[in-house]
Design a protein around this ligand. Structure first.
Ligand code: GLU
Length: 485
């Protein structure tokens, strides 16, 4: 096999969506696995749909996800330009070459004429295909119209008989009767190519050996193959990927606002978890292994593992996987990844090692951090019923004297560490001759205002520091005194 060259060819119409990222990942894995090259091409010929800034997001998303491309708009390469709008002259040249070879023709039909023909076909209950009327124009007529400056498109001249077959590595043999294929536009009146023309010209000129893309192109590939043949070019190997579904009925689609890479990152998913999960959307390693680093994916990836059944994007599974990844992060790394969320929670100045110990094992997503830690910066309002806890044998009335004792004990303590705080609280348990929970429960409620917290009273007091701990105890004691008259 000559050097493998794969590409990802997103349109800059928004953030990189999950399907696009999966295509990029598989193309990248296949190139890496075979010591080949992975190319980024920007397909921006649909000017109306282009979103400003989308190209840059594509570049940064691929880099952040670790899918470095060897050639592309912002890195260069021998086969550029890698942005389709900069390749106009190339498409024009080949469109004209296709006319010379009889595989394409100029069409001067107006929008109105085409709409009329379509309406007539529909009225007859037929699927509309262009009737090739401009194919029958004489050379002289064509020249006359060109001289008159009439706008025209260039259409593909597809044979009306026979059928076209090719083998897709995932979907197998695909055969389409030529009569079913429409003479689609290759070059628009504004001189820009359609996908039909551009994908063929670019994949060939960029030396792409394996075309990996979404299944939506599976049935139009015979059209593209007609172009390869007309130009005498070798047809690449095709690998079409199954759709990614949101559920059994609906496709995942960025047009419908479904989450993109960036959205998931903002929601506190780790890029490694997201990539790992996406790798399994339509590919299976053939083993039970589910957690893969990028290097392990390169090792395990093979085209045989690709599936043709639609893949369902299961957010719960992704979230489970994310929790595994969060748990596995070394503590320092966890702290640095979680920093934006610590800042948001207003706890970045606190003992982050201690916070990490408390929350890292319990998080599924990093964005759970601010709500989980909000009580550290702002004491939540709570009612006396929170003091009632059967197992600890306590309630609001029993809590009050305990809190007063605890207040005194913690006021005496100079250094607030988890150990010193535990020792002080345990000494109180001893002194009162009660169950641990009889002291721990009310103290935790009094300084956190919450029934469920990461860590117990010693950890929370340590994070709050002495002044804040005592002030919270004072407020809670005063509140109980007021309530109990
Ligand atoms: N620009 C096309 C898309 O975003 C790419 C298709 C392809 O990979 O050839 O769907």
């Amino acid at each position: 096999m000559s050097q493998v060259r794969t590409r990802v060819a997103p349109s800059p119409t928004g953030y990189l969506h999950i399907g696009g990222l999966r295509t990029a990942l598989y193309a990248w894995l296949f190139a890496r696995k075979h010591g080949g090259r992975f190319i980024l091409r920007i397909e921006d010929t649909d000017v109306a749909r282009e979103v400003p800034g989308a190209k840059e997001i594509i570049y940064s998303t691929l880099r952040e996800a670790g899918l470095y491309y060897d050639e592309g708009p912002d890195v260069g390469g021998e086969y550029g330009p890698y942005i389709q709008s900069e390749r106009r002259e190339i498409y024009k040249k080949y469109a004209e070459e296709l006319i010379r070879r009889g595989a394409a023709y100029r069409c001067f039909c107006t929008k109105e004429q085409l709409a009329e023909a379509r309406a007539a076909a529909e009225a007859r209950g037929e699927t509309y295909t262009y009737d090739k009327r401009c194919l029958r124009l004489s050379e002289a007529e064509i020249q006359r119209r060109l001289d008159a400056g009439e706008p025209y498109v260039i259409r593909q001249n597809i044979p009306t008989e026979g059928e076209t077959t090719y083998t897709d590595l995932v979907f197998g043999d695909i055969t389409v009767p030529n009569a079913d294929l429409d003479d689609n536009v290759l070059l628009k009146a504004d001189g820009l190519p359609t996908y039909n023309l551009a994908n063929v010209i670019d994949d060939h000129l960029m030396g792409i050996t394996h075309v990996i893309r979404g299944v939506e192109y599976l049935s139009s590939t015979p059209k593209y193959n007609h172009l390869y043949r007309a130009l005498g070019w070798e047809i690449p190997t095709y690998i079409h990927l199954p759709v990614v579904m949101k559920d059994k009925q609906r496709k995942l689609s960025k047009r419908h606002g479904d989450a993109s890479y960036d959205d998931f990152i903002k929601k506190g998913y780790l890029k490694e978890a997201l990539i790992n999960y996406i790798a399994l959307l339509g590919w299976s390693p053939g083993t039970e292994q589910e957690i893969f680093s990028l290097d392990e994916l390169i090792e395990a990836f093979s085209l045989e593992g690709l599936s043709k059944s639609p893949a369902i994007f299961d957010v719960e599974k992704l979230t489970w996987m994310n929790a595994q990844y969060i748990r596995a992060l070394p503590k320092e790394e966890f702290i640095s990844r979680a920093m934006p969320y610590f800042k948001e929670a207003g706890v970045a100045h606190m003992d982050l090692n201690l916070i990490a110990e408390l929350i890292q094992p319990r998080l599924e997503r990093l964005d759970e951090i601010p709500p989980k830690l909000a009580f550290l910066t702002e004491m939540p309002a709570f009612g006396p019923e929170l003091y009632a806890h059967k197992r600890s044998g306590t309630d609001a009335a029993k809590a009050l004297p305990v809190l007063k004792e605890a207040r005194a004990a913690l006021a005496e303590l100079d250094e607030y560490t988890v150990d010193s705080l535990k020792a002080a609280l345990n000494a109180l348990v001893e002194k009162l001759g009660v169950k641990t929970g009889f002291v721990y429960w009310p103290v935790r409620i009094a300084i956190s205002g919450l029934e469920v917290t990461p860590g117990g009273p010693a950890e929370i007091a340590c994070l709050l520091g002495k002044a804040e701990t005592l002030s919270r105890l004072d407020t809670s004691i005063a509140e109980l005194e007021k309530q109990q008259g």
